[in-house]
Design a protein around this ligand. Structure first.
Ligand code: ARG
Length: 406
C-alpha cells in the first residue's frame, strides 16, 4: 500500500493531481492536506467540498500561529522583495512543514504539490521536502500540463471543479498578503480596475492619471506633450501636489552624526522617481537592477555629502549611462490619496515575454516545465547539507559527552 500526501486547495491544479497520482505514479492512496495560513473561509469550504466529492482523505492543519510569527520576524528584518512584503513566499515553508508532518504521521511514502514548472512555489516547497526521506512528486510540472488540458481532463473524468474560484486571475491569499496575477494583468501596460482588489478600498476623493514618457532615462513628456525640464517639474509639482503626493516626515542622520527631525515636500520628485524605477523594473535585468541599487545608493550618498564632482561620481554615472540607453518608454502614474502609484508600464525594450510568463500557455521554445525539476532538486542543496552536517556534529557531541561522563 503506497500513500502520497498532496498539498490540496481544491482548485483545478490540485484536483487533477489526485487521479493523476494514482494513474501515472501508481499510488494506492492520496491524502489531501490543506494548511491554514489565514486564507478566506471560502477556500476551506471549497477544499472540503472537493475532497468530499473526490472521496479524498482530507486533513486541515491550522498553521496560522507559526505563520504569524514568521510574518513578525520579517518585520524585524524590514523584509520586502522588490517592494513586495513576501506574503506568499514566507507562507510556503510553513505550509511545506505542516504537510510533511501530516505525511509522516499518516504513513505516506511521498509528498506532492500542484505547482507549475514556472513559478517560485515549487522551489520553496521542495527545498523543505527534499530534506526528508519521502519522494517528491510534481504532476503538473512533470507532465507539462496546461490549464486547457486540465479543464478537458477534469471534464472527461467528471472531476468536481467549479468555475468559481478559478476565474480570470490566479489569486493567493494569506494573513500577510493577497496576490493577484494572470489574465489581463499579464499585459504590463494594462491599468487594472478596482475589481482586482478586495482588502483595500481606493482612497476617497479624486484621482488623476498621467502618462510619463522617458527617453534614455530622462522624462521628456507628460501625457504625450513634450516639456522642457523646468516646465515638466513645475507642472508635476502642481498636479501631484494637489493629491498630497510627496510628503516626507523623517529622522535624518546628518553628516556630523546628529539626528534631526525634518519635513519635506517634493511632489514632482516622488512622481518621477517612482515612474523611472517602474520603467527600469521592466527593461533592466534582475542583475542590473540589483547592482544598480548599490550604485544608486553610492550616488545618493555622495549627493547628500555635496560631493557631486567626486571622481567616484563620474565612475558611477558611467554605469548609470550604460543602463539608461534602454530606459525609454511610458509609465502611467495614478495620483491618489497622497501617492503617485505606478499602474501601467510599456517599452520596446521590455525584458518580458507574456507567452513565457503566462501559466496558461504551452512550453516555449525548447524549454519545458519538466526542466524545472532539476532546478528544484538543486535549490536549497547547501542548506540541506548544512543541516545534515550540523545534526551529525550534534550526535557526535552527544556521544562524546556521554563517554566523558562515564
Ligand atoms: N509571485 C509571488 C511569489 O513568488 C506570489 C505568487 C502567488 N500566486 C498567485 N497565484 N497569485 O511570492
Amino acid at each position: 500500500m503506497t500513500r502520497v500526501a498532496l498539498a490540496f486547495s481544491g482548485g483545478l491544479d490540485t484536483t487533477v493531481c489526485v487521479p493523476l497520482l494514482e494513474e501515472e505514479w501508481g499510488y494506492d492512496e492520496v491524502v489531501g492536506v490543506t494548511v491554514d495560513v489565514g486564507q478566506p473561509e471560502a477556500e476551506f469550504a471549497e477544499a472540503e467540498e472537493t475532497a468530499d466529492a473526490l472521496g479524498l482523505e482530507h486533513h486541515v492543519v491550522d498553521a496560522r500561529a507559526e505563520f504569524a510569527s514568521m510574518c513578525l520576524d520579517s518585520v524585524r528584518a524590514n523584509a520586502t522583495y522588490q517592494g513586495y512584503p513576501l506574503g506568499t513566499a514566507l507562507a510556503r515553508p510553513v505550509i511545506a512543514e505542516s504537510i510533511l508532518d501530516v505525511a509522516k504521521e499518516n504513513d505516506c511514502d511521498a509528498v506532492a504539490h500542484g505547482c507549475t514548472g514556472k513559478g517560485n512555489d515549487q522551489l520553496r516547497f521542495e527545498a523543505v521536502w527534499r530534506a526528508s526521506e519521502l519522494d517528491v512528486v510534481a504532476p503538473v510540472r512533470e507532465l507539462g500540463l496546461t490549464r486547457e488540458w486540465e479543464i478537458e481532463y477534469a471534464d472527461e473524468k467528471e472531476l468536481p471543479v467549479e468555475g468559481g474560484n478559478e476565474g480570470v486571475w490566479s489569486i493567493d491569499t494569506n494573513l500577510w498578503s493577497r496576490s493577484v496575477e494572470g489574465g489581463d494583468l499579464e499585459h504590463p501596460g494594462h491599468v487594472p480596475g478596482e475589481e482586482i482588489y478586495e482588502w483595500t478600498r481606493s482612497p476617497a476623493g479624486d484621482t488623476e492619471e498621467v502618462e510619463l514618457t522617458f527617453e534614455n532615462g530622462y522624462p521628456v513628456a507628460v501625457d504625450g506633450e513634450e516639456m522642457d525640464p523646468i516646465g515638466l517639474i513645475a507642472h508635476l509639482n502642481d498636479v501631484a501636489g494637489e493629491y498630497g503626493v510627496g510628503r516626507t516626515d523623517m529622522m535624518e542622520d546628518r553628516m556630523l552624526g546628529l539626528k534631526v527631525r525634518e519635513n519635506y515636500e517634493h511632489p514632482a520628485a516622488t512622481t518621477l522617481l517612482n515612474a523611472h524605477e517602474t520603467l527600469e523594473s521592466l527593461v533592466l535585468t534582475k542583475e542590473e537592477r540589483d547592482f544598480k541599487k548599490l550604485v544608486d545608493d553610492e550616488w545618493s550618498q555622495k549627493g547628500y555629502e555635496g560631493l557631486v564632482d567626486a571622481p567616484l561620481m563620474s565612475a558611477l554615472e558611467a554605469f548609470i549611462e550604460a543602463t539608461q540607453t534602454r530606459v525609454t518608454g511610458t509609465v502611467t502614474i495614478r495620483f491618489e490619496g497622497g501617492q503617485a502609484r505606478p499602474v501601467g508600464r510599456d517599452s520596446d525594450h521590455a525584458v518580458y515575454d507574456e507567452s513565457f510568463a503566462s501559466f496558461n500557455t504551452e512550453d516555449v521554445g525548447d524549454i519545458t516545465q519538466a526542466d524545472a525539476t532539476g532546478v528544484a532538486k538543486y535549490h536549497g542543496f547547501q542548506e540541506r547539507l548544512a543541516a545534515k552536517v550540523l545534526a551529525e556534529a550534534k550526535e557526535t557531541e552527544a556521544l562524546t559527552d556521554g563517554a566523558g561522563a562515564e
